[in-house]
Design a binder for this molecule. Structure first.
Ligand SMILES: C[S@@+](CC[C@H](N)C(=O)[O-])C[C@H]1O[C@@H](n2cnc3c(N)ncnc32)[C@H](O)[C@@H]1O
Length: 258
């Protein structure tokens, strides 16, 4: 799996500051519709961008808990939310939430359950800590939705097959509604949030992710540093020649605790 150590956290921090992911967060936030005074949980809060926005929405009369097992991520999140003392960043795991039953009004989790080995158990935990009628928004990626134009398709397929190993389930969204239903949630809304980069611009999700993929796949399953250099050069050449194209779908489910 991808490691969320200092280097991994820094890469995510940069990629998630791009306009692509800023727009995704705005949509997630609008779907969760946090209100002043609410108690909200962000499972797998990572670098804390969403926790900071949630804090602004609930205000000092509310409470936001971000939870993540990565000390590196938690360091970034604590620094990002330091001026909002009603935010707590807790170290912990989605599979054993360190909170009492029914203590949150709403919860959100973006790009996290795809890394969790037992999603059914994690969603049962989420249901436990939400009050009846509590809202939840869950967003994950299906990597089979990826379109990325390269000249060397065979090399690209080899690299992406290894990249699929960076998480537990690269196709989680297709089973998420069923998981949510079985955990005691009623799914009320489904949305597709595409990331679309039709040009090669360094300040895009795909440009940053290219570097993350390259560093993850190097040395795994026979992928060499030369392979990664050739793959990166291929994508950059598409950009220079004006025929770059990247798109990837994220799937967002809104649900209510029954
Ligand atoms: C791709 S990052 C997403 C971070 C954040 N949710 C966001 O969208 O900005 C994935 C995060 O999930 C966290 N994570 C991985 N496994 C987890 C688990 N079992 N429980 C909670 N968080 C987990 C990682 O530490 C990392 O911060």
């Amino acid at each position: 799996m991808l490691e969320f150590d200092d280097d991994g956290a820094r890469l995510i921090d940069r990629a998630y500051a791009t306009p692509d992911v800023v727009a995704q967060r705005a949509e997630v936030l609008a779907r969760l519709a946090p209100r002043p005074g609410e108690r909200i949980l962000d499972v797998g809060s990572g670098p804390g961008f969403l926790a900071a926005s949630l804090a602004d929405a609930v205000g000092p009369g509310g409470v936001v808990h971000g939870l993540d097992p990565s000390p590196s991520m938690n360091g970034l999140a604590r620094a990002r939310t330091a001026d909002r003392p009603w935010v707590r960043i807790d170290e912990g795991d989605a599979l054993a939430l360190p909170y009492p039953d029914a203590c949150f009004d709403a919860a959100v989790s973006t790009q996290v359950y795809e890394y969790v080995p037992d999603v059914a158990a994690a969603l049962a935990e989420l249901r436990r800590v939400l009050r009846a009628g509590g809202r939840v928004v869950v967003l994950d990626t299906d990597w089979e939705s990826l379109v990325w134009h390269t000249a060397d398709r065979a090399l690209h397929r080899r690299i992406m097959a290894v990249w699929d190993e960076h998480l537990v389930d690269p196709h989680l969204p297709r089973t998420l509604p069923g998981h949510l239903r079985r955990a005691g949630f009623q799914v009320t809304d489904r949305a597709l949030i595409p990331l679309f980069n039709p040009v090669h611009d360094p300040d895009t999700y795909s440009a940053h992710t290219m570097a993350t993929i390259g560093s993850f796949v190097t040395g795994r399953s026979g992928v060499t540093a030369d392979d990664v250099r050739a793959w990166t050069a291929d994508l950059q050449a598409r950009g220079a020649e004006g025929d770059y194209l990247f798109s990837l779908n994220r799937y967002c489910f809104t649900a209510v605790a029954g």
